[in-house]
Design a protein around this ligand. Structure first.
Ligand SMILES: [Fe+2]
Ligand SMILES: [Fe+2]
Length: 266
């Protein structure tokens, strides 16, 4: 994956997105998003990639003084979500890391200090001063500790990897993506990120999507899609039929060598 620079933008009510376009050769552009929620007790949602950690800190500093951060919500312990966490533990000495017991274990395995953790489980609220954040399990995910949340005041859903899409380029919003492309690329990402969605079956998939649809989110902030508002109902509908996509099989060694040879010849 090659990485370009981090961009920041306002996204909905009192929220900023910090986004890095991740280039996946042969597959497309995967936005890698973190969010700042300017609650009375400011919340950072995920921390980007390790390769861009110092850029991330600089971009973050233009949105909020890290010393004021009270919570760092780690949706799961994947490398594209915990990149700047080590630096942030120093830069944000008042912040507690929100995770669950398995997340805590995985952070410990990555030798991240865990004495600052704050454990919460899906279904429990986190009080951030002027609102409650309801922890929840997104419909699809690639790590069992994954927890997103619904901001109960603004009804913004922070969905972690779910609702992500491998795109043809960077976009500022989900609404700017052509509808058919959004559906196709959301399905592609869903089959890569959650290869268990086919065995889950249509009924299970619909049930999983309905759990979050019933919370009536007004915006969806995925870790891997530009911010969505008008597109929320389309995203929910697309994910509920992601099993119509062909299960993803990545290139094997022969295919990899062929594409490397093609690149070298070009
Ligand atoms: Fe992930
Ligand atoms: Fe991710």
């Amino acid at each position: 994956m090659s990485i370009s620079t981090i961009t920041t933008a306002r996204a909905g009510a009192d929220t900023h997105v910090l986004s890095t376009p991740g280039q996946l050769p042969g597959l497309g552009v995967l936005p890698i998003n973190a969010f700042v929620l300017h609650a009375r007790e400011p919340v950072l949602v995920d921390t980007g990639l390790a390769a861009t950690a110092s850029d991330f800190l600089q971009a973050l500093g233009a949105l909020v003084d890290p010393a004021d951060l009270r919570w760092i919500w780690i949706t799961h312990a994947d490398a594209d979500h915990v990149g700047a966490l080590r630096l942030l533990l120093e830069a944000a000495p008042r912040a507690r890391i929100v995770t669950n017991y398995l997340g805590l274990g995985k952070l410990a395995l990555q030798q991240l200090p865990v004495d600052r953790a704050y454990l919460i489980n899906p279904g429990q609220p986190l009080d951030v001063g002027d609102r409650q954040l309801l922890a929840l399990r997104p419909p699809l995910y690639d790590a069992p500790e994954t927890m997103g949340f619904l901001d109960m005041r603004t009804r913004q859903l922070f969905s972690s990897d779910a609702f992500g899409a491998l795109l043809d380029r960077s976009y500022e919003s989900a609404e700017a993506i052509a509808p058919a492309l959004l559906r196709e690329r959301l399905h592609l990402w869903a089959t890569i990120d959650a290869p268990w969605l086919h065995p889950l079956g249509r009924e299970g998939l619909v049930r999983a999507v309905r759990r979050v649809a019933d919370l009536a989110p007004e915006r969806i902030f995925s870790s891997h899609l530009p911010p969505a508002s008008a597109a929320v109902s389309a995203l929910l509908a697309h994910l509920a039929e992601a099993d119509t996509a062909v299960p993803f099989v990545g290139p094997d060694q022969a295919a990899l060598e062929a594409s490397v040879a093609e690149l070298t010849a070009a």
